[in-house]
Write a protein that binds this ligand. Structure first.
Ligand code: GLN
Length: 312
């Protein structure tokens, strides 16, 4: 199915107005760098499967990828080990609890349940085969670039701010290790996980990440095959179950597309075989999802009837 670019541009412009007029939410402040990002920034980008990108607002502002990086390392782990191994070792269930919940670990014998919460992402990083920590980090960064663009890079400022404050994640890594659910040195896994969250991307890059999934694993801009087709449905299933954390059920109900958010203010939603829509604005709701990004994406998805649950 192809969409008219004028219609998409008009929808993106409308969505931006809806986003900018919403004054709810608050920047993440448990990572000091994120508290300093201007809260008024707002962008929307649509990645079509033919490589076209439609956008409006601050679409070229580079922000921290944060938890959306979990989609890239999960995809890399599935490429290496197969999606079934990722399901068996890490899981494919929603936790129903905040993204950094220790309680979720405690009630499940320290098994993380999904690669899309902090515990599961640290476990996933440790599960990726690599000779050492630096090669593991380089593989993850390269994979982020393949799913998005060469613009993706580590921010020393974000990384330092996170590494100096990530005590909770370090505790999670040790709990995983004690239960044999961390497959490398736990502090190495936590370090690489923290770096993968600290890369900078634009809203166009984020739309391209979703576009690579919407397009069956082929980056729609570079045309490079990044992920095998067989892993796309499992990746989107994981995103449906946990991509928006403890708001994932509401998101499925209201929007009906697999999505993923990060506390840097980015959200991406994937309409398989059609397009991906990314929004960015720093203020977050209680679950850690960008309020404006969700409103902007909802507007476009509902206008185009893109819910995967809607009988055509
Ligand atoms: N780096 C952040 C953390 O580990 C990512 C969390 C998020 O985006 N939800 O807490």
């Amino acid at each position: 199915m192809s969409f008219n670019t004028t219609q998409l541009q008009n929808l993106a412009n409308e969505a931006l107005i809806i986003g900018k007029t919403c004054l709810e939410g608050k920047n993440a402040d448990y990572i000091p760098f994120l508290a300093s990002v201007p809260p008024g920034l707002c962008a929307i980008s649509i990645s079509c499967c033919d490589g076209t990108i439609i956008h409006s607002g601050d679409y070229d502002y580079d922000f921290a990828l944060e938890s959306i990086s979990k989609v890239c390392s999960m995809s890399l782990a599935m490429q290496q080990k197969g999606s079934e191994q990722v399901r068996k070792k890490i899981g494919a269930e929603p936790t129903g609890l905040p993204f950094n919940s220790v309680l979720a670990l405690t009630v499940h014998q320290d098994k993380p349940l999904t690669p899309l919460v902090n515990a599961g992402a640290i476990s996933t990083v440790s599960f990726i085969d690599a000779p050492d920590k630096e090669s593991r980090w380089q593989m993850i960064l390269d994979f982020q670039r393949k799913m998005m663009s060469q613009n993706v890079r580590l921010s020393e400022d974000v990384n330092t701010s996170e590494q100096e404050t990530n005590f909770h994640n370090r505790a999670i890594a040790w709990l995983l290790y004690a239960a044999n659910n961390c497959f490398s040195d736990p502090m190495d896994a936590c370090d690489v996980y923290t770096r993968q969250c600290s890369t900078l991307v634009s809203c166009d890059d984020l739309a391209t990440l979703g576009g690579t999934l919407a397009n069956g694993g082929v980056n729609p801009v570079t045309k490079e095959k990044v992920i095998d087709h067989e892993h796309i449905a499992p990746i989107l299933a994981e995103m449906t179950m946990e991509g928006m954390y403890d708001y994932s059920g509401d998101w499925a109900f209201l929007v009906g597309l697999p999505g993923k958010s990060g506390v840097g203010g980015g959200v991406v939603a994937v309409a398989p075989g059609k397009m991906a829509i990314a929004g960015f604005s720093p203020p977050l709701d209680e679950a850690g999802n960008s309020v404006r990004a969700m409103k902007m994406i909802s507007h476009i998805v509902n206008s185009l009837d893109l819910s995967v649950y809607r009988p055509s």
